[in-house]
Write a protein that binds this ligand. Structure first.
Ligand SMILES: [Zn+2]
Length: 410
């Protein structure tokens, strides 16, 4: 029934809120519609998704393949929902997640295990004491029909707004630029603890503390890929560092293992390599590289300049500097905080692919480990970690300066 896909063309839903800076968005929060429940009913042939919401909102729905997903874009909403609500789905919906995807816009992403057809998508007004409800009806279909519909809708599908390019201005400020990249954000929560703590919040808190510490030291210009709970695509993080001509890029994360994978503790430092240093590094890079899929990005329409960058000899200097920083970081962290039993690894992390910015990814610990989690949430541990990372950054730049001064003029 091709006519049904007419519902995919919805009014643009992103209003004035999208123009507000982050600080004002937080202040505007009391006016946002509030989602109070999400539930899934049905079976493997027909499944209904329902969200209760404080008032009627507009929505726009599209599908994505490989892996199969249904994406629902709505205006920014406050989700008052249990943190692990979407971990398990039902029927055609295997799992789902929700959160901010851009300024003024929230998103719900449904992971569907097989090709589905969107039969209905609507929002009911509040009535008879019931809250307003967003309803999606899905039914099973075959891949061929799914792909045909997908191609039809893809031209009308909106991409996330591109961040405005930054033209490198000649600055009289000679201090090196340090780029801090707190992982994940918004709809992409990253790993979670059993109790529902999110990696995205833990690493943002650390990133902000590191920025404050570095700024207090006065030796660097510090910029951050995100300072609030917003989703940032991987390629945008790399572009951000390159546009600002970063002298160092530090991505901060917190890993987690599933029960099946066992238990691990401590911090690990990762650099970029084509071939993963071991199976665990390969697993982690796979997980971290999924961020865009998790957020329901249409990767076929995202600019691909990062994915295509080859690691060749031209990037040798960047790689050498990244290694140098990674080694120094481990040296400083050792004795200050707990390290993983093999703390230096490498793998194909998309976020580390800037060819001209030395880039390192720090996994500060494991959200899945009880002791690590306690530390990750403790002010004393955070302060010690941030202080140690800041010291390793000082060490890195002081050695670079010495090396630069000692090398002969061309
Ligand atoms: Zn992460």
């Amino acid at each position: 029934m091709t006519g049904r896909w007419g519902i995919l063309v919805f009014v643009a839903v992103f209003g004035v809120a999208g123009l507000l800076p982050a600080s004002d968005r937080a202040r505007a929060a009391p006016d946002l519609p509030i989602a109070t429940d999400m539930r899934v009913a049905g079976d493997d042939t027909q499944t209904r998704f329902i969200m209760d919401i404080s008032r009627k909102i507009d929505l726009r729905v599209f599908t994505l393949a490989d892996p199969y997903r249904v994406v629902v874009d709505i205006p920014q909403v406050t989700f008052e929902l249990p943190p692990r609500l979407g971990d398990k789905g039902r029927g055609l919906i295997k799992a789902f997640r929700f959160g901010l995807v851009m300024a003024g816009g929230s998103r719900i992403v449904l992971d569907v295990g097989k090709p589905v057809r969107l039969d209905k998508a609507f929002v009911l007004d509040a009535q008879n004491g019931q809250p307003a409800r967003l309803v999606l009806d899905l039914s099973a279909t075959d891949r061929e029909s799914f792909m045909r519909k997908l191609n039809l809708e893809s031209s009308a599908r909106p991409a996330l707004p591109q961040p405005a390019p930054v033209s490198p201005v000649a600055s009289s400020d000679p201090r090196p630029i340090v780029v801090i990249d707190p992982g994940h954000g918004g709809i992409d929560t990253g790993t979670k603890s059993d109790a529902g703590d999110d990696e995205k919040s833990v690493v943002l808190a650390l990133g902000l503390m590191l920025r404050d510490t570095l700024e207090k030291g006065g030796k660097y210009r510090v910029v951050m890929t995100r300072t609030d709970d917003t989703f940032v695509p991987l390629a945008d993080r790399v572009r951000f560092a390159r546009d600002r001509q970063g002298a160092l890029f530090l991505s901060i994360h917190a890993d987690a293992l599933s029960k099946r994978e066992g238990d691990a503790q401590g911090a690990t430092v990762y650099t970029l390599s084509e071939r993963a240093s071991d199976a665990e590094a390969a697993r982690l890079a796979d997980e971290e590289n999924k961020a865009d899929i998790i957020a329901g990005l249409d990767l076929t329409r995202e600019p691909n300049d990062v994915a295509d960058i080859l690691i060749d000899l031209a990037h040798r200097e960047t790689k050498t500097f990244a290694h140098q920083f990674a080694k120094g970081l481990i040296g400083e962290l050792r004795g200050a905080i707990r390290l993983h039993r093999s703390p230096m690894k490498s793998a194909g992390f998309v976020v580390l692919k800037a060819p001209d910015v030395p880039s390192v990814l720090l996994e500060v610990g494991y959200m899945s480990n009880k002791e690590d989690l306690k530390l990750l949430k403790s002010d004393a541990w955070r302060a010690k970690t941030v202080e140690t990372v800041a010291r390793s950054i000082d060490l890195f730049f002081s050695t670079r300066r010495v090396a630069g001064a000692a090398s002969p003029q061309p």
